[in-house]
Design a protein. Structure first.
Length: 98
């Protein structure tokens, strides 16, 4: 009986690991530490470096690498995505231009 309960809990946890609704994702445990590497030079004047971030895909953490982007307008500021601890889990907030 304990084995069945454990298997049912594992299946339920996997199903609840990600939940898409209202434009956000929820995870039962936080992402790994960020990765760092060489950024290099911008491809052209006016480009801005956007840091990479951890994404939850199919119940596994995957690294979305950083990239060079052109801001949508002058003086735009990038607010990077982040995972925030909320209650017993973590909620993902998408990055956006301000």
């Amino acid at each position: 009986m304990n084995r069945r309960l454990w298997i049912a809990s594992a299946v339920l946890s996997a199903a609840l690991l990600t939940a898409c609704g209202g434009g956000y994702m929820v995870a039962t445990y936080g992402p790994p530490p960020p990765r760092y590497g060489v950024i290099g030079q911008a491809p052209a004047p006016g480009y801005m470096w956007i840091e990479g971030y951890w994404n939850l895909s199919g119940g596994a953490w995957t690294w979305a690498p950083g990239r060079w982007v052109r801001p949508p307008h002058a003086h735009a500021v990038w607010i990077g995505p982040e995972w925030r601890r909320e209650g017993r889990g973590f909620r993902y907030y998408k990055g956006y231009w301000r």
